[in-house]
Design a protein around this ligand. Sequence first.
Ligand code: ROI
Length: 186
Amino acid sequence: MAVPERRCTVLAYIGLGSNLDDPRAQLCRAIHELAGLPGCTLRARSSLYATAPLGPVAQPEFVNAVAVLTTKLTPLALLGALQGIERDHGRVRDGARWGPRTLDLDLLLYGDWQLQLPGLTLPHPEMARRAFVLVPLAEIAPAGLLIPGQGDLAGLLAARDDRDGIRPLPDGAPTGAAGPSPLSSR
Ligand code: ROI
């Protein structure tokens, strides 16, 4: 079946996270797979960050990053594509909210859209409360980025007191074509 595409491209920010089965490799592979999605072009990706697990479950440290694509896919088609990549990484969505995972791909922002559908809320409703999302996002987002309905990125980041648990991985910086693009320059 044809994947629904729009005529215009939109910037979509994707949050990546993993804390199982070689998290760093999971993220590197996922970024490569995002770049290969039909109707999508990878514009930039952040460094990889080691982050303290958020939530009530004791579990291994996470690796997190954010990537930005231009996409012609509709939000739901893009979400479906992200879930397909998660499945390829052995992710089972069994309703367990807080447990460890091989790969989490969250659609954070789709242009400036605000949307509430079963299974998809835009912007991602938790992003403003998660330093492990805001720190890598700030690395690749244009200055003054507004998160619709939540505030400006710099203000949201300044309000987080859990930034300490987040450190860039020594060799997790972007390289080559997937590095920051002119789109994301400040
Ligand atoms: N904690 C961190 N640090 N990074 C994540 O990606 C992450 N994902 C989750 C929960 C369990 C909320 N904690 C996390 O889903």
